[in-house]
Design a binder for this molecule. Structure first.
Ligand SMILES: C[S@@+](CC[C@H](N)C(=O)[O-])C[C@H]1O[C@@H](n2cnc3c(N)ncnc32)[C@H](O)[C@@H]1O
Length: 329
């Protein structure tokens, strides 16, 4: 049967297969084939293939796989799973069912070194959660997001792959030469791509391990010369970086309001603030808008440019983002 395949040199095969898996474009129902120096990797949807590989798509006969390879095919039901690099995250309250799912994941074709289950909510100032290790033993991984690589340990730092689209939306607004300050930077999923777009980026986090990963990730992605990484409370950089920011990222949704005084101090004459919040569905944007106006006082004109629901957070509660422009009066 003829199916669309990405055709690349053999030595690039594993790297390309991983990228296609990350993009959910791998066709697990057909066999990968090798012919001479070329490897043919079947894809489900040519539209999902990353842009730089689009020209390599060819139609080719591929043998059908004859054994179940997906966790769902092995289990007989669709488990709730999330991928973070080569870690698969299970979201299951029942321990026995979690173990059954982990075994199915390891027996499947999903590229995976470790299976974890959530053992606590995201907790504390550093916004880290505890995990049960169901298979494998490492909690460190390399996650790829929109062409950048992030090394991180999920047991030591915050990272949510679910925010990829939202981060990309913000990053696309960044212009070369601007000064961006990521006030709660984690391992750098905003800071590194902002620097890659040419922004001089200051990235701060209270979690020292996160900042170590952030520095490593800036190196890995070739932007270390444009990223200043600072371990500590962002309130302490208020003096050194006062009046400098063209853009501020405030991704600390439960308590960003407590840092608005610092944000206003950091803002330059014309500054866009990406302010994340968690609010009730009845008025998701009102409280944040009022807090920002109050913090800006008479010093800035405040104009709300975007009101965006990022995702549902809990019943009747949304994680939202306000893009707000502060213009010095
Ligand atoms: C929700 S996470 C966001 C991390 C990152 N922006 C991302 O998208 O993955 C919030 C981060 O804020 C950091 N944090 C909390 N309080 C802080 C403070 N006072 N100053 C600097 N960072 C802080 C936490 O350690 C955590 O890494």
């Amino acid at each position: 049967m003829s199916v669309p395949c990405v055709a690349v040199e053999r030595e690039r095969g594993e790297a390309v297969r991983e990228r296609l898996a990350d993009a959910d474009a791998l066709d697990g129902a057909h066999e990968i084939a090798v012919d001479g120096d070329t490897i043919y990797i079947p894809v489900t949807d040519p539209e999902a293939v990353p842009g730089d590989l689009a020209a390599t798509i060819v139609e080719r006969d591929a043998a059908e796989r004859d054994r179940p390879r997906t966790p769902a095919a092995i289990l007989g039901y669709e488990p709730s799973l999330e991928r973070l690099g080569d870690i698969v995250i299970v979201d299951e309250d029942d321990d026995e069912r979690a173990r059954e799912i982990a075994e199915a994941v390891m027996a499947s074709d999903v590229p995976c070194e470790t299976v974890l289950n959530r053992a606590s909510p995201i907790e504390g100032e550093l916004r880290v959660r505890r995990w049960d290790v169901l298979a494998g033993n490492g909690t460190e991984t390399v996650h790829r997001e929109y062409g950048h690589e992030f090394l991180l340990d999920v047991a030591e730092v915050y990272f949510s792959p679910r925010l990829a689209t939202e981060r990309h939306r913000v990053i696309e607004q960044v212009e070369s030469g601007e000064t961006a300050i990521d006030m709660f930077a984690g391992v750098g999923p905003y800071a590194v791509p902002m620097a890659a777009r040419g922004a001089g980026t200051v990235a701060c986090d209270l979690n020292e391990r996160a900042v170590e990963y952030l520095r490593e990730n800036a190196e890995r992605n070739g932007v270390a010369d444009r990223v200043t990484a600072i371990a500590g409370d962002v309130r302490e950089i208020g003096d050194e970086y006062a009046d400098t920011a063209d853009r501020l990222v405030m991704n600390l949704p439960h308590s960003a309001d407590e840092f608005l005084d610092t944000a206003v101090r950091l803002a330059g004459d014309d500054c866009v603030v990406h302010y994340y919040d968690i609010q009730h569905e009845d008025d998701p944007f009102g409280p944040g808008t009022r807090e920002i106006r109050e913090a800006a006082g008479d010093a800035y004109d405040v104009s709300v440019e975007t009101e965006r629901v990022v995702r549902s957070y809990a019943p009747h509660e949304y994680n939202v983002c306000l893009d707000v422009r502060l213009t010095r009066v």
